[in-house]
Each structure stands twice: as structure tokens, then as C-alpha cells.
Design a protein around this ligand. Structure first.
Ligand code: CTP
Ligand SMILES: C[C@](O)(CO)[C@H](O)COP(=O)(O)O
Length: 257
């Protein structure tokens, strides 16, 4: 799909996404990644932080929050582990379904979105962000009811450089306009599903989050609300140490059994 087609898609897409009356809010927690940048034997979301798997912290945060229910998305090989050793073991009763993810993060989100039937709003969260707070969740719920598409984020602290293929600097954007985007990202579910239809025709894009999908395939603008610097994503080994510090827990690269 070219840019002209995208413009048509955006035009035809305005205000068609408000047909669910019940104000049900579902959290979609993503745990189907392989964690290749962590270079470990098991996916990072199942490593041990304190006495719990990394994934437990996000699930517990949503369990204790005002969301109505939770859809957990994980890899085929980890469905039983998630059910028995996390959801049942720690009594995360709001988990309504455990579904399998896909090859890319956006495939996993799409599977979660389909499973979240009946929800008016969805909060999509990386299971690899264990330091999420109740304030971030409630602020996201309040914001999505106003804006339909939101993300939490924090202003960048460093100067950001755009480089070319030889790693030579080509530009230095104005830092006052740059935010580092986190999760949860919250959406009117019908809006995001419609935007995913657009993506299905245009798979050559590099998609790193869901607000990009709304920006590209609808005319809706996304709202960025304040998250927290502590709400980091565990991506590489040093992130585990930082998260363990924030949560005041020890780390272990094995699974909790
Ligand atoms: N196909 C995928 C890829 C990612 N995720 C989830 O999306 C979140 C953010 O992704 P990322 O940090 O990139 O996780 P991985 O894909 O596991 O890591 P890497 O890119 O290093 O392989 C994580 O909670 C991850 O489990 C997912 O559910 N399905
Ligand atoms: C969605 C996200 O967490 C926002 O920062 C991030 O883009 C996920 O990227 P990843 O490459 O899947 O870690």
C-alpha cells in the first residue's frame, strides 16, 4: 500500500470505531518474545526477580488495578507454565484467557486484541516491564477514555543523534520534543483492530509499537502521557540489574519452579 492509498484509508477510517457500549477495560500482557538481545537460555519474562518470574510483576499490577480482566499472550511452549506456575500459583484471577503469540510483537498484539472480545478499551503492556505502577495504569485508563489512543512515555534525558549507515552524525533533533515511549499503550479496541486491517495490507513496515500503527492507518492522533523512568523494559542483561534495584529484589537467570 503506498502513501496515497494510506491517505484514503485514513479518510475512510474516521469515527467508525465507537460501537461497543459497555465500558470494559482489558489488559493485554505480552510474553511471547524470545528475548534474543538478552542472550539467555530462557525468555527474559520468565527469569527470576526476587522470588517471582519477571512476568508476575506486570500480572500482579493489573490484578490489583481497576482493569476488568487480563489476556495473557505467550509462546506455545510456555502456555502450561504460565497457567500452572504463574497464573494459578499466584492466584491472578483476572486472567481470562491465555493465547499464543506470533513471530513479531505486532502479531502477538493482534492475537491478544482478537481474544479481548467485549472490551471497549485495551491496555497493551510488555510483560518485560515489571516496574509498572498503579498510577501509570489508572492514568492510562483515564487518558484512553478521552483520546482513544495513548501511550505512556518519558522525556529523553540525553541528546539524540541521527546517524547514517557509516555511523556518521547527520542530524541532532530538538530534544525538547523527544519522548521515550513505554507501555502500557491504551486504545479503543475497535480503532486498533481497524488499524491492524490496514497493516495487514502493508506488512513491509518496521513496526515497533502500536501507536505507530494508529498514526499510519487512521486519522486519530495519539496522546503521550507521563510514565516513569523506573518503568523500563528489560531488554539486555544490565536492565535486569536496574529493575532489581527498583523492585529491591535479587535476580536469577533461571525459571521459578
Ligand atoms: N513476537 C513477540 C515479540 C515480543 N513480544 C513481547 O513484547 C514485549 C517487548 O518485546 P521485546 O523486548 O522486543 O521482547 P523480545 O522480542 O523477547 O526481545 P528481543 O527483541 O531481544 O528478541 C516483551 O514482553 C515480549 O515478550 C511478544 O509478545 N511477541
Ligand atoms: C512498545 C515498546 O515497548 C515501546 O518502547 C517498544 O517499542 C517495544 O520494542 P521491542 O523491540 O519489541 O522491544
Amino acid at each position: 500500500m503506498g502513501d496515497a492509498d494510506n491517505a484514503d484509508y485514513k479518510e475512510s477510517n474516521i469515527e467508525i470505531f465507537d460501537t461497543v457500549d459497555e465500558v470494559k477495560v482489558t489488559a493485554i500482557v505480552l510474553a511471547a518474545g524470545k528475548g534474543s538481545r538478552m542472550h539467555s537460555d530462557i525468555p527474559k519474562q520468565f527469569m527470576t526477580l526476587g522470588d517471582y518470574p519477571v512476568l508476575y510483576y506486570s500480572l500482579k499490577a493489573f490484578q490489583d488495578s481497576p482493569v476488568d480482566d487480563i489476556i495473557l499472550v505467550t509462546g506455545e511452549d510456555y502456555v502450561e507454565y504460565c497457567r500452572n506456575d504463574i497464573v494459578d500459583r499466584y492466584n491472578i484471577t483476572k486472567v481470562r484467557k491465555i493465547v499464543t503469540g506470533g513471530a513479531e510483537r505486532y502479531d502477538s498484539v493482534h492475537n491478544g486484541l482478537i481474544a479481548a472480545d467485549g472490551a471497549k478499551y485495551v491496555l497493551i503492556h510488555d510483560g518485560a516491564r515489571p516496574c509498572i505502577t498503579q498510577k501509570i495504569i489508572t492514568d492510562s485508563i483515564d487518558a484512553v477514555k478521552i483520546y482513544s489512543a495513548c501511550t505512556v512515555g518519558v522525556p529523553v534525558k540525553d541528546t539524540i543523534k541521527i546517524v547514517d549507515e557509516d555511523q556518521m552524525g547527520v542530524d541532532t533533533p530538538d530534544r525538547s520534543r523527544l519522548w521515550q515511549v513505554q507501555t502500557p499503550q491504551s486504545f479503543n479496541r475497535e480503532l486498533l483492530l481497524t488499524c491492524y486491517d490496514g497493516l495487514a495490507h502493508d506488512k513491509c513496515q518496521v513496526i515497533t509499537d502500536d501507536t505507530m500503527i494508529v498514526e499510519r492507518y487512521s486519522s486519530v492522533r495519539t496522546k503521550v502521557i507521563m510514565g516513569a523512568y523506573e518503568n523500563l523494559k528489560i531488554t539486555t542483561p544490565e536492565d535486569l540489574k536496574i529493575a532489581s534495584n527498583f523492585l529491591k529484589k535479587d535476580v536469577d537467570t533461571k525459571m521459578v519452579k
